[in-house]
Ligand binder design. Structure first.
Ligand SMILES: [Zn+2]
Ligand SMILES: [Zn+2]
Length: 208
């Protein structure tokens, strides 16, 4: 796991994690990559999944806590990050918390939008990150729970680590001529940046 536990190679971040935290993050990243590869066995016909129970009001208001099926409560900001690129199934609960109605998957990022974002970003769009597209999640610049559209102009490919950074820090993303541009938090300062590492090679210049 050491390569996954290594501090980021970008000059825009200071890695304050302890060695134990870096190992834990590496283990989560390893699980993410296994899930994304899609070749894990299913359980009860379903692909591996995490069930997070959260109210829409909490997802919008960012207050309160959500619960994981196995593993106790998580805070609202973590629930928002998980819901950013997930299949969301609405469940109406009765007064005693018993499920009254389970809806169909009501929200998921359409495959065409996902592909278009990957074609544009070709990998994690965070400045200096070299993680390829197959290990990226799709992030909503304006969260869908806040009525942000699931459109190419509002979605960005980010690796797990940078997806987490965007949700839990004050980095901000804008679109500049259709390309995601990252504005550093005030404490870091500096101009907005793009990621030059995934640019499309100019095939006309490759000699045979
Ligand atoms: Zn996100
Ligand atoms: Zn990244």
């Amino acid at each position: 796991m050491s390569p996954l536990a290594a501090p980021p190679a970008t000059d825009t971040e200071t890695d304050l994690r302890t060695a134990a935290q870096r190992d834990a993050d590496a283990l989560v990243e390893l699980a993410h990559r296994a899930l994304d590869a899609g070749d894990l066995p299913t359980e009860g016909g379903e692909r591996p999944q995490v069930v997070v129970t959260v109210s829409l009001a909490m997802l919008r208001g960012r207050i309160g806590s959500a619960s994981l099926g196995l593993g106790g409560p998580i805070n609202a900001d973590i629930a928002r990050r998980i819901a950013c690129d997930a299949r969301v199934i609405p469940v109406v609960l009765g007064a005693r918390g018993e499920p009254l109605d389970v809806g169909r998957a009501s929200y998921t990022i359409p495959t065409a939008i996902r592909r278009a974002v990957i074609v544009r970003d070709r990998g994690c769009a965070f400045p200096g990150c070299s993680i390829p597209a197959r290990w990226c999640e799709i992030h909503h610049i304006v969260h869908w729970a806040d009525n942000g559209p699931t459109s190419v102009g509002n979605c960005v490919a980010l690796c797990g680590r940078h997806h987490k950074l965007l949700h839990h820090s004050r980095w901000r993303i804008d679109m500049a001529s259709g390309i995601p541009e990252f504005h550093p938090p005030p404490w870091l300062g500096g101009p907005p940046r793009q990621n030059p590492l995934h640019t499309v090679p100019d095939l006309t210049r490759i000699r045979q």
